[in-house]
Design a protein around this ligand. Structure first.
Ligand code: PEP
Ligand code: MG
Length: 590
């Protein structure tokens, strides 16, 4: 084996295959001066490059239309139009006439345009900067004779591992599962949305490899071990054998765990815990319904939007929500309104911001765009005819947001009634507690909300001021920090006093040690990734609430995250008794 890169274990599974190295970055361009005689030839080369780039874009557009639909494909129209812009071509030609080689002439013009667009006062113009970057890369790749890469352009049956610097959720949803069997990136963390999506899609992934792509050339074969967070380059035959053995063992462990899907999650001292599943894409619903979950604790509806040029209309949304509700029969399904923004962006039509995680996202955007928001609320009320739908609002900071959302919900109800539509009104309305403000003020939400769900991914990010997607900060993203635990405890007490339902739907709930801590903090509802349902059930059945509470109380008083974690781990191991599966099978616990 040449070497092993170690990153963040983002989505479990062991896969081996050739590398598909995607470098979607603007290449370096050497300064090259041409003679007067060469000018016409260079202009011709420029036109050829534009023609080839356009051909390629049309292919990409057609493929996007086939895989994802016309809305997704429309994002490429803007780029095609830019390549037809005669003033752009004239500017580059003018540089060539001043003896710049075509690639340098083009590079200079694009750098200037991108800067102007990126700093433009109008958000609509700033959005175009990303399209310009795409064109910049595409045309330069042709002019410099670089390999033609396209993220989703991998032949079917290649079973390749996609290795790239960073990946967006919108690209991740478009990946052809027959072509790409695993993802490895330099950037990203456990709680970045690419990781969350990869887990939903069952795509093994290792993120946060920092500089792996700069040390690879794309000719490698690799083994990706998602649970261990490792990417092994050019393994030998005997190493491959070992990996296959590990993959078999992992599959056996999964099969053993599956027996727990149908058991009741009751602790050893008789406390019933409710286990829900998180659903990110409607296509996942049927499998999630078989996971042993008692309902959906979080459906992330924004994945219907990201990567698309336009919002899905009411009917399209209704079909998506109804599919999930139908899959879960009469079980409760909590559907969250669009949490767009942060690292979940539509392909276009969204303003570029300096601090997207502190920006115009989630409920803020929905309240400012009532037409769009009400279409979603109407779709949810129509889907509620199929079962038990509950509506959840993301990123709540103040009670005013809940009240404004209620006003829009009332308007949406009237609109449906006026249309004589088939719908159900008065659905339970709950909120995500994922900002420190909401956590501290949870006791003041009173009758305005029917339930709370703690979004620990954002709560940790905002409490510790640590970007959840930044690979350089992974060791600082510590959900067991006593500050976070104290906030969770506070929310749990507020919900108990008000008699409101409370669950946790962030990634913490899927991690055995953290699930133990959450039970200790008073949580009785956990919503986890579908493949973690059986595992968390097994954890629940192996511990007592008494031991968990004792451990959590100690952690609340710990001076640091590391000390809190150490103490919890010790108590967890002793609480597990001698369950050999859990003791041997949990990362870091054996
Ligand atoms: C969270 O923030 O914990 C959460 C569940 O929502 P998301 O991960 O989609 O931000
Ligand atoms: Mg969140």
């Amino acid at each position: 084996m040449d070497r092993v890169f170690v990153g963040v274990p983002a989505s479990p599974g062991i896969v081996a295959g050739p590398v598909h190295l995607l470098r979607w970055e603007v290449p370096d361009v050497r300064h090259r001066i041409i003679s007067d005689d060469a000018i016409l030839g260079e202009i011709e080369r420029l036109h050829d490059a534009f023609t080839r780039a356009k051909e390629r874009l049309r292919q990409v557009r057609a493929r996007a239309e086939q895989h994802a639909g016309p809305e997704e494909a429309a994002i490429f129209d803007a780029q095609l139009l830019m390549l037809d812009d005669s003033s752009l071509i004239e500017e580059v030609e003018s540089n060539i006439r001043q003896n710049y080689a075509a690639e340098k002439a083009f590079d200079l013009v694009m750098l200037e345009h991108r800067q102007v667009f990126a700093r433009h006062a109008q958000p609509r113009m700033r959005e175009r900067a990303a399209d310009l970057t795409d064109i910049h890369i595409r045309v330069l790749s042709v002019l410099l004779g670089l390999p033609d890469h396209d993220p989703v352009d991998v032949p079917k049956g290649a079973h390749a591992i996609l290795v790239t610097h960073d990946l967006t959720p919108s690209l991740t949803v478009q990946l052809d599962r027959d072509a790409i069997v695993g993802i490895a990136t330099d950037a990203g963390t456990q709680t970045s949305h690419v990781a969350i999506l990869a887990r939903s899609l069952g795509l093994p992934a290792v993120l946060g490899l920092r500089d792996a792509t700069s040390q690879m050339d794309g000719t490698e074969r690799v083994v990706l071990d998602g649970a261990a967070g490792k990417l092994s380059i050019n393994p030998t035959e005997s190493e491959l054998k070992e990996y296959r053995r590990r993959a078999r063992r992992e599959a056996e462990a999964q099969a053993e765990l599956r027996q727990f899907a149908t058991v009741e999650p009751v602790t050893k001292d008789g406390t019933r815990i409710t286990l829900f599943a998180n659903v990110d894409l409607p296509e996942e619903a049927e499998a999630a319904a078989q996971s042993g979950a008692e309902g959906v604790g979080l459906m992330r509806t924004e994945f219907l939007v990201i990567g698309r040029a336009t919002m899905p209309d009411e009917d399209e949304q209704y079909r998506a929500y109804a599919r999930v509700v139908d899959a879960f029969g009469g079980r409760p399904v909590i559907i969250r309104t669009f949490d767009v923004g942060g690292d979940k962006m539509p392909a276009s039509g969204y303003p570029a911001e300096a601090n997207p995680f502190l920006g115009w996202r989630a409920i803020r955007m929905c309240l400012d765009e009532p037409k769009m928001f009400k279409a979603q609320l109407r779709a949810l009320m129509r889907a509620a005819v199929h079962g038990d739908v509950r509506i959840m609002l993301p990123l709540i900071v103040t009670l005013d947001e809940v009240r404004q959302a209620r006003t829009l919900l009332a308007e949406a109800t009237e609109e449906l009634a006026a249309r004589k539509a088939n719908f159900r009104a008065n659905l339970p309305l709950g909120v995500m507690i994922e900002t420190p403000a909401a956590a501290v003020m949870a006791d003041s939400f009173g009758r305005d909300v029917s339930f709370f769900s703690i979004g620990t991914n954002d709560l940790v990010q905002y409490t510790l001021a640590v970007d959840r997607g930044n690979a350089n900060l992974t060791s600082r993203f510590t959900p067991l920090h006593p500050a976070v635990l104290r906030l969770i405890k506070r929310i749990s007490e507020a919900a108990a006093v008000a008699g409101q339902d409370l669950s946790v739907c962030g990634e913490m709930a899927s991690q055995p040690l953290m699930a133990f801590a959450l039970i200790g903090l008073g949580l009785r509802g956990l919503s986890v990734a579908p493949r973690a349902v059986a595992l968390v059930k097994r954890v629940v059945r192996s511990v007592t609430v008494e031991a968990a509470a004792q451990a959590a109380n100690e952690a609340l008083e710990a001076p640091t995250a590391a000390i809190a974690e150490q103490g919890l781990r010790k108590r967890f191991i002793s609480a597990l008794g001698d369950d050999p599966f859990l003791r041997g099978g949990l990362p870091g616990l054996a």
